[in-house]
Design a protein around this ligand. Structure first.
Ligand SMILES: CC/C=C\C/C=C\CCCC/C=C/C(=O)SCCNC(=O)CCNC(=O)[C@H](O)C(C)(C)COP(=O)(O)OP(=O)(O)OC[C@H]1O[C@@H](n2cnc3c(N)ncnc32)[C@H](O)[C@@H]1OP(=O)(O)O
Length: 261
């Protein structure tokens, strides 16, 4: 039986779906997870009754740990290529969605987890000091590709992105609010109610006007990836299969395990 990585609950009375990521222990984004996520987004996009999506997590304390490192370590170039296509597809479906997308960030959200959040239209994060969010790729010895970087620039601006990406910064909730990485903080118990109430404000705007405006803002980056999608895959495969990069990933995974012990 196929495993489910996400639960989708559609409320037909409001036209809002809640996608809960549910892949313990850390909602890491594996090839299967990403494939299922993109299919779910596609189905909601095709559903004329669905106007908005709230993205959140069922896993305690974690929104998403980002890309599943085990999908990039010790794998064949073919596997790495298939994995990267799935990462691209997830981003294209989320960043390019015509629906209103709100991230209810109820836990830590490094790297690919942060990419998911900043690909949404609005972010509300639980105000808990131990949670963090950011594109920390350089800390793993890897490089966030241009479409991660440009999504971040569109969210927090050029200078803050440069600072944030070079240092691989992870922000706690008040810092994330200050830099503009999230739009609002909320307590754990009120997070979903607040997300629904923000959604109602966005739903009040006529869809066609909001959708054209959103597309105008995001299309240049999306088109740039679409134009060079296969080159981006080959670039990733070449980079990630290098011995030096594989070594960095191995050391990072060992560090994660040691931290636990
Ligand atoms: C020139 C450029 C050209 C092309 C581009 C090329 C390249 C590359 C771009 C790649 C972009 C990459 C994006 C990413 O998302 S990489 C992933 C980054 N993620 C992280 O750094 C997060 C790491 N994890 C953590 O910090 C913590 O786990 C977390 C999320 C804060 C939770 O902490 P905690 O609750 O204490 O849980 P544990 O750390 O004990 O973890 C439990 C368990 O999960 C394993 N794990 C954690 N994160 C991941 C992960 N991302 N992938 C796979 N597995 C993960 C961890 O090892 C533990 O495993 P165990 O077996 O010990 O139980």
């Amino acid at each position: 039986q196929r495993r489910m990585f996400t639960n989708v609950e559609m409320d037909n009375s409001t036209g809002v779906a809640v996608i809960k990521m549910n892949s313990p222990p850390v909602n890491s984004l594996s090839l299967e997870f990403l494939t299922e996520f993109a299919i779910n987004m596609e189905k909601l996009e095709m559903d004329r009754g669905c106007r908005g999506v709230i993205l959140t997590s069922s896993v305690p304390r974690i929104f998403s740990a980002g890309l599943d490192i085990t999908e990039m370590y010790g794998k064949t170039p073919e596997h790495c290529g298939a994995f990267w296509r799935a990462v691209q597809e997830m981003w294209l479906k989320l960043y390019g969605s015509s629906m209103i997308t709100i991230a209810a960030i109820n836990g830590s959200s490094p790297a690919g987890g942060c990419l998911m959040a900043i690909s949404c239209d609005y972010r509300i994060m639980t105000d808990y000091p131990k949670y963090s969010i950011g594109l920390n790729e350089t800390k793993l010895g890897i490089v966030a590709p241009f479409w991660f970087k440009d999504t971040m620039i569109n969210c927090i601006g050029n200078r803050a992105t440069e600072h944030s990406l070079q240092l691989g910064l992870q922000y706690n909730p008040p810092e994330a609010l200050k830099v503009g990485l999230v739009d609002q903080l909320e307590t754990e118990d009120k997070l979903m109610t607040t997300a629904s109430s923000v959604m109602s404000q966005w739903l009040a705007i006529p869809d066609h006007a909001r959708q054209i405006t959103k597309s105008m803002m995001r299309k240049p980056i999306i088109d740039q990836l679409l134009r060079q999608r296969e080159a981006d895959v080959q670039n990733f495969v070449k980079f990630i299969t290098k011995d030096s990069i594989q070594k960095s990933l191995q050391m990072y995974m060992e560090m994660l395990k040691q931290k636990k012990g």
